[in-house]
Design a protein around this ligand. Structure first.
Ligand SMILES: CC(C)(COP(=O)(O)OP(=O)(O)OC[C@H]1O[C@@H](n2cnc3c(N)ncnc32)[C@H](O)[C@@H]1OP(=O)(O)O)[C@@H](O)C(=O)NCCC(=O)NCCS
Length: 395
C-alpha cells in the first residue's frame, strides 16, 4: 500500500526536458526491457528520439517522475490527444496513454499511479473526454493499475495480424490491379469510406501527409472495370458501375521512426511481462531464431485505412499482403507486415490464413475523463469495438 502523502512530497512529475533528460530516459527505458522465455529481451529503439511515438499528434506530452532529493528519474509516461468522429457525426476528443515505464527499483511505490493521474490531468486540461490505452493481456501490474486503481474498463475485440517478410513473396494475380492514388484522391476516397467506421480520426489528411506514410493504393479486378482517376469530381473515382469489388489501403513505414531490437539478456529469472503495446508482442510471432534476430534492429510496415466494398474481397486482400511484403523486401531492416482490425470489420474474415500469418488479441482500456454528454458512451464504453479506424500513429 502506498503512502501517497510522503510520495507527493518526494516526487516531482514534470515535462520531459530534451536537453536535461534525453540520456537518462534512454537508460531508464532500457532498464524496462521485456524479457522473453528465450533469454533475450525486446527493446524498442526510439532512434534517440523518445518523442518519436507521439510527435505525430498535434497535442502530445511526455512526463517524467523525478525524485526530489536525488534528482533521479524513476518513471516516464507519454500522452497524446486526437479528435475522432462517430457515425452520428459526434466529435470526441480522446487521450491515449503510451509508453508508461517505472524503473524496476522504484516499482510498487505509487510512481506509476502518480504518472497516470498526472497524464490524465493534462488530458482533461486539454479537453479530452476519454482516455485510452492498450496493454498486454498477461501484464498483471499494468492491468491492476488501470482497472483496480484508475477504474478503466477493458474493450476487447481488436485483432493484430502479422506476417514476417522472410521469404520472397508470391506473385500477385494477373487479374488484379493495384493502383496508387495521389494525395488528393486518397483524401477524398477516405472522406467517403471512413464513414463506414464506428470511430475515425478527424485529421486523416494530416496522417496521409506524414513522411512515414508511403502512400495509398486501390486494389480491384481488372475485368470488373477500372478506376476513373481522371474524374472531375473525386467522388466519382469509384462508382458501383465502374468496379464492383475493390479495397483501399495505405502503408505506414515504422522503420523510419522506431525499431525493435532483440538483445541477449540475463538468464530468465522470472517472467516479467512488462509490455508496452502491440509492438512488444511482435517477436513471438516472427518465428525467427534468436541468433538470427539478435543482431540488428528491425522495423515493420503497417497496413492501415483498409476498407473494402463488393462480394469478392478475399483475393484482393491476399494481393494487398503480397504487394506490401514486396515493398517491405525493398526497405532496409524491414521484417514484418502488420495490420490491426476490429472484429466487426468486414475485412477481418478475408485476411489470408497462411501458416505464417499470426493473430494476436489486442486489449484496450478506456475511461471517461470528463462529465460531458454521455450519449457517446455507447460507442466507447460498451466494451466491444466493432469496426474502427486503427491509427498508424498508435503503433
Ligand atoms: C506497470 C508499472 C508502470 C506500474 O508502476 P508502479 O510504480 O510499480 O505502480 P504503482 O506502485 O503505482 O502501483 C499501483 C497499483 O498497480 C498495481 N500493481 C503495480 N505493480 C503490480 C504488480 N507487480 N503486480 C500486481 N499489481 C501491481 C497494484 O494494484 C498497485 O497498487 P497497490 O500497490 O496498492 O497494490 C510498472 O510495473 C512498469 O513500469 N512496468 C513495465 C512497463 C509496463 O508494463 N508499462 C505499462 C504498459 S501500459
Amino acid at each position: 500500500m502506498v503512502d501517497s502523502f510522503s510520495l507527493d512530497s518526494r516526487l516531482l512529475i514534470r515535462e520531459f526536458d530534451e536537453d536535461r533528460d534525453l540520456k537518462v530516459v534512454g537508460k531508464l527505458e532500457r532498464n524496462c526491457e521485456i524479457e522473453t522465455k528465450k533469454g533475450v529481451s525486446i527493446f524498442t529503439s526510439m532512434m534517440d528520439d523518445p518523442l518519436s511515438r507521439i510527435r505525430f499528434y498535434p497535442l502530445h506530452v511526455m512526463l517524467v517522475a523525478e525524485l526530489l532529493e536525488s534528482r533521479e528519474l524513476v518513471g516516464v509516461v507519454r500522452g497524446c490527444i486526437k479528435s475522432m468522429r462517430t457515425p452520428s457525426e459526434s466529435l470526441l476528443k480522446i487521450g491515449c496513454i503510451l509508453g508508461l515505464r517505472v524503473s524496476p527499483a522504484h516499482r510498487r511505490k505509487g510512481v506509476g499511479l502518480k504518472l497516470v493521474t498526472s497524464v490524465e490531468e493534462w488530458m482533461l486540461r486539454n479537453g479530452a473526454e476519454y482516455a485510452w490505452l492498450a496493454t498486454e493481456k498477461n501484464n498483471n501490474a499494468s492491468r491492476n493499475l488501470f482497472t483496480n486503481k484508475c477504474k478503466y474498463m477493458s474493450l476487447s475485440s481488436l485483432a493484430i495480424f502479422l506476417h514476417p517478410i522472410s521469404v520472397p513473396s508470391k506473385h500477385i494475380s494477373k487479374d488484379i490491379k493495384i493502383e496508387k492514388v495521389n494525395l488528393d484522391q486518397a483524401i477524398s476516397l477516405y472522406r467517403r469510406t471512413l464513414r463506414a467506421k464506428e470511430l475515425y480520426p478527424l485529421d486523416m489528411d494530416a496522417i496521409l501527409k506524414e513522411k512515414l506514410n508511403l502512400g495509398t493504393w486501390v486494389s480491384y479486378y481488372k475485368d470488373e472495370g477500372r478506376l476513373n482517376l481522371q474524374a472531375e469530381s473525386h467522388e466519382d473515382i469509384i462508382t458501383d458501375e465502374i468496379t464492383s469489388s475493390w479495397i483501399i489501403f495505405s502503408i505506414w513505414n515504422t522503420c523510419e521512426a522506431s525499431k525493435l531490437q532483440l538483445k541477449k539478456s540475463r538468464p530468465l529469472r522470472f517472467l516479467d511481462t512488462t509490455l508496452n503495446h502491440a509492438r512488444d508482442k511482435i517477436f513471438p510471432c516472427l518465428r525467427m531464431s534468436v541468433s538470427d534476430s539478435c543482431c540488428r534492429p528491425f522495423g515493420f510496415l503497417f497496413l492501415y485505412g483498409l476498407h473494402g466494398e463488393g462480394d469478392n474481397l478475399g483475393e484482393l486482400m491476399e494481393s494487398i499482403w503480397r504487394f506490401t511484403s514486396r515493398l517491405g523486401e525493398s526497405l532496409k531492416d524491414c521484417r514484418v507486415v502488420i495490420t490491426e482490425l476490429g472484429f466487426g470489420d468486414p475485412l477481418v474474415n478475408h485476411v489470408p490464413q497462411t501458416s505464417s500469418m499470426s493473430c494476436i488479441d489486442d486489449i484496450w482500456f478506456t475511461k471517461r475523463l470528463s462529465n460531458g454528454d454521455e450519449k457517446d458512451d455507447q460507442v466507447l464504453m460498451k466494451r466491444q469495438i466493432g469496426n474502427v479506424f486503427i491509427d498508424p500513429r498508435d503503433f
